[in-house]
Design a protein around this ligand. Sequence first.
Ligand code: NAP
Length: 265
Amino acid sequence: MNSAPKKQTAIIGFPLSHSLSPLLHNAMYEREGVNAEMKAYANESITDLIKLIRETPIELTAVTIPHKQTVIEFLDEVDPAAIAIGAVNTIINRNGKLIGYNTDVVGIAKALEGVVLKDKNVLIIGAGGAAQAVGYYVEQKEGRMFCLNRNAEHAKSFVQKFGGRAISAEELENQEFDVIINTTPIGMSPHEAESPLTKNVFKPSQTVFDLIYNPLETKFLHEAKAAGAKTISGLTMFIAQGLGQERLWLGRGIEDKGYKELIIV
Ligand code: NAP
């Protein structure tokens, strides 16, 4: 039996009541034989959390709302892709040096594996932190982006950064979309009765991706599926971004060993 103290990893954010990250990462440690444990630290103060990471020390930190952007100035180094996205979801503590990365984009790539984006019309709903990682990925894949967001100014900044154009809800019916991606929390538990789009936008030829993974099938995805579209839930992204975090920390390939079954109970 390994009697060495467990290495510490963490998820930080506020609030954190629904985070599935400890469940996922602790299962990975068990299945990979890594002597570590992930704990959740809900705190509104990023300075307190950075102090905790340096002093404990915490070797891998998963970062979520509201710290993904504000954490950047406290890090010693930030990966160029995370800088381009403008958000860090992972901090690796290498001998006291805090390095920031973004593995949301790894998760998005996995979720959209096999979906052609080049020269396709891609509607992105939302312009927040997760939307920035989607924008970065779709720009790399040369998709034609349209951004629909509650706050039109945020949509404008989004398209200035990643290309494409901002679109209003009224304009949607005059435009065809090949891929539709929801990056807002609309429809997330406990608001399952809500959807960010009206169902007449969905077509059988579309791929529709919702970043939400709780519930697994949101009203948005349910209506898209009923219209014949191919649907993708946020769970594939969630697991892939977590595997990406462990690969960065452990420096070796970590494969998916049925983690979906662990989360869908
Ligand atoms: P965020 O930075 O707070 O951005 C939220 C976005 O949604 C903003 O564009 C905001 O519009 C819009 N929005 C929020 N509430 C709205 C409402 N009631 N009506 C209309 N628009 C609304 O959050 P985030 O980090 O991007 O996360 C967004 C979602 O993605 C969450 O559900 C999160 O769980 C999910 N996510 C999933 C994964 C995964 O691995 N599957 C990873 C990251 C995030 P305004 O600009 O108008 O405020």
